[in-house]
Write a protein that binds this ligand. Structure first.
Ligand SMILES: Cc1ncc(COP(=O)(O)O)c(C=O)c1O
Length: 415
């Protein structure tokens, strides 16, 4: 653990003269120093433009690194080919691509999502439904639990696509996406999986998942901001239309506007990677994947699952808060969210308390709606408090947080 923590300089820093306890990895994971160093070297000493635009040495080197990064993502996801990897700015862009480029048909234009979806996935489909492009059904969940029978009822012959998260950023645990995908595929329904929260501490094997598309964000696994990927079976990616258009997406464009020219677009991934790419981001993500891949998957899950259980048990014993999600599920995930259960426990005040009132410690968690408005409307609350974990967190840090929660509850609610 000491060697792992040493990779992350932020763990050693002070905030307002206090030691940082970082329990906000669901928002963004801390970055290993080598990712920052790789980016600094790239921008200071290279910085050329890849993508087969220019052909000089700088450009060739950047393009080589960019394609190496694509191969690294492909191997991380156990994809069959790097052609299945589209670089995006993150899960948000990936969801927008699939939503807006999907070949809906008049008799098959229904999309099913769940009420666990992050706005990154929910909003593109809500807007497509408002425009009349699709019909949208939202499958309700109970305390984070997806009822597969209920989902099966919504997946009918008019359904084109199921878009579903593998791990909710509010309710914790994991969602049985493989089972959901099996239900969908039986009816010829395509499946988009949001792995933004899942890949932080889980492995994904897209070759056996049963989904057609999977998205993730690099910054949630220690990579830079503004880079992520959309994986799709090559045939599925090539069935999609286009969304964002520009340089690097097209084979030919005709001049003759009168003859209604149709530009001929490249196959995936080029068709979706319009404009100059985030070369630095992809190269930094590759570096982050080296760290991520060096962590043994079983040990990582056992460690983070144990911390999630410790958090959930500690908070449940508090009385002044209600932990969301089912206890048995929470250790399968990497975050624990709670709502006040006492009128004098304020999530917003608690957050301030963690930042300003603790002797020698600054504890970072997240309070709010976490861009998961559907789930917050379902819960009927404006704000929840979420503590989330990375491989680098320790039981001691969880205990510091629990001690702080007890101290706040004592002060605010008298116990
Ligand atoms: C479950 C989930 N999906 C999607 C996203 C959006 O990710 P990004 O903002 O990196 O595109 C997030 C971000 O918090 C998330 O938690």
């Amino acid at each position: 653990m000491t060697a792992l923590r040493a990779l992350y300089p932020a763990l050693d820093r002070e905030v307002n003269g206090k030691r940082l306890v970082y329990l906000d990895s669901a928002c963004t994971a801390l970055k290993p120093a080598r990712v920052a160093e790789r980016l600094a070297d790239f921008y200071a000493n290279w910085g050329g433009c890849g993508g087969k635009r220019s052909t000089h040495l700088l450009s060739q080197q950047v393009e080589t690194w960019f394609q190496e990064a694509r191969r690294a993502v492909s191997s991380f996801l156990r994809a069959e080919s790097p052609n299945e990897i589209v670089f995006t700015s993150g899960t948000t862009e990936a969801a927008n691509i699939v939503c807006n480029a999907f070949p809906y048909e008049p008799s098959r234009r229904k999309v099913v999502i769940t009420d666990l979806e992050h706005n990154a996935v929910a909003l593109p489909f809500i807007e497509a439904a408002r425009r009349g492009d699709i019909e949208l059904s939202i499958c309700p969940t109970e305390n984070g639990l997806l009822d597969l029978d209920r989902l099966a009822d919504l997946l009918d012959e008019k359904t084109a696509l199921l878009a579903i998260t593998h791990a909710s950023n509010v309710m914790g645990g994991v969602v049985p996406v493989a089972e959901a995908a099996k239900l969908a595929r039986r009816k010829g329904i395509r499946v988009f999986v949001d792995d933004a929260q899942y890949l932080g501490t889980h492995r994904e094997d897209v070759s056996t998942l049963g989904a057609d598309f999977v998205a993730f964000s690099g910054h949630k696994i220690g990579g830079p901001f503004g880079i992520g990927a959309l994986w799709g079976h090559e045939t599925e990616l090539n069935r999609l239309g286009t969304w964002k258009l520009g340089g690097g997406t097209v084979k030919s464009v005709s001049w003759d506007l009168k003859s209604a020219p149709e530009p001929v677009y490249l196959d995936a991934p080029g068709r979706f990677e319009a404009g100059v790419q985030n070369f630095g981001g992809a190269i930094g993500l590759h570096e982050a994947l080296k760290v991520r891949e060096s962590l043994p998957a079983g040990a990582l899950r056992a460690h983070v699952g144990g911390l999630a259980r410790r958090l959930a048990e500690g908070l449940s014993g508090l009385g002044a808060v209600r932990v969301l999600g089912r206890a048995a599920d929470l250790e399968k995930g990497s975050l624990v969210t709670f709502v006040p259960a006492h009128p004098d426990f304020s999530a917003v005040d608690f957050n301030l308390f963690l930042n300003h009132e603790l002797p020698g410690r600054f504890i970072a968690i997240r309070v709010g709606e976490h861009c998961a408005h559907l789930q917050h409307r379902r819960l009927g609350v404006d704000a929840t408090a979420r503590a989330s974990l990375g491989a680098y967190n320790t039981a001691g840090e969880v205990d510091l947080f629990l001690d702080a929660a007890r101290a706040y509850a004592q002060e605010a609610c008298g116990g």
